[in-house]
Design a protein around this ligand. Structure first.
Ligand SMILES: [Zn+2]
Length: 293
């Protein structure tokens, strides 16, 4: 089947090939022309798909800097620039969202929320020659299976920021949890209200707390999310913090997608259902197919 028009969603006709030998289509409704890569993360790129995918996987999954990824790939005969490596992950945002929507993860009904300091920008200061370090806050909602329900890179720690991430989480999961666990930071008290009355707010940190739940009791602590933080810390260090909050937020969305879907063989299973293998070719095809998800 021919791909749908990225502009209006109507069907298309085949109309020859582009100079770079890609199949070109024309929209049946609006008449716009687009090539076979339209609507995929690879649209408007010259680099081969497998190089884009390899670089993105290395950069997102491992605590390597953009330069390290470029250097490493050069040894394998793949030439990519460090700045491309830094930009490419953002291209996978839309497709990742579509895949996550089609293959929904069943989140548990106990969530953990916490924030992590992330270096953002230096502001000029008389005291410090290089400027005073400013922070952003990566707020993450984790379920009790360590799946990331939602995250938000906030400019400051505030009730507003907490509300925003919890609203995202509620939308993502499609329900409000029974219990939300946070530390004692007071922005969570009012922030949790967006989840509605049925959600209980429990404050616990390293030391666990026994809370009656269902027919028994659960031991709740925020250790799970601290562990997740120690997982993202080396990545943040390798990025030397975030330069732009929106792009940083987008990066973490991709990061969380890869975190959620590489667990429990999820990606392998999805690819298997589509008759694809867990390989660069399989993943490339998945991202092509995600256009219609
Ligand atoms: Zn169209």
């Amino acid at each position: 089947m021919n791909p749908k028009c990225p502009a209006c969603g109507a069907g298309s006709w085949k109309v020859g090939f582009s100079r770079s030998n890609r199949r070109v289509y024309m929209c049946k409704s609006c008449g716009k022309k687009f090539n076979e890569r339209a609507g995929t993360p690879f649209w408007y790129l010259k680099a081969p798909e497998k190089d884009v995918l390899t670089a993105t996987l290395l950069y997102v999954k491992y605590p390597l800097s953009t330069y390290q990824v470029a250097e490493l790939l050069e040894l394998f005969g793949v030439r990519v620039s460090a700045s491309s490596v830094g930009r490419w992950p953002q291209r996978f945002g839309t497709s990742a969202k579509r895949i996550a929507k089609r293959y929904k993860i069943k989140f548990s009904r106990i969530w953990h929320v916490d924030e992590k300091f992330t270096p953002h920008k230096r502001v000029p200061s008389k005291l410090w020659k290089r400027g005073k370090r400013k922070w952003a806050y990566q707020i993450t909602v984790l379920d009790s299976e360590s799946n990331v329900v939602a995250s938000y890179l906030a400019p400051r720690r505030s009730t507003e920021a907490v509300k925003k991430v919890l609203r995202r989480a509620k939308e993502e999961a499609g329900f409000s949890p029974d219990i939300v666990v946070s530390d004692k930071y007071n922005a969570y008290d009012r922030g949790v209200n967006v989840l509605g009355r049925q959600t209980r707010h429990v404050r616990a940190h390293f030391e666990g707390k026994w809370i009656p739940y269902g027919k028994g009791a659960v031991l709740l602590s925020n250790n799970r999310i601290e562990r997740y933080h120690s997982e993202i810390a080396p990545k943040i260090r390798s990025m030397r913090g975030v330069k732009n909050l929106e792009r940083g937020d987008c990066f973490f969305q991709i990061y969380n997608f890869s975190h959620n879907f590489s667990k429990k063989g999820r990606l392998r299973r999805i690819l298997g259902q589509l008759d694809l293998k867990l390989s660069l070719e399989g993943l490339t095809k998945l991202f092509y197919m995600a256009r219609d998800f």
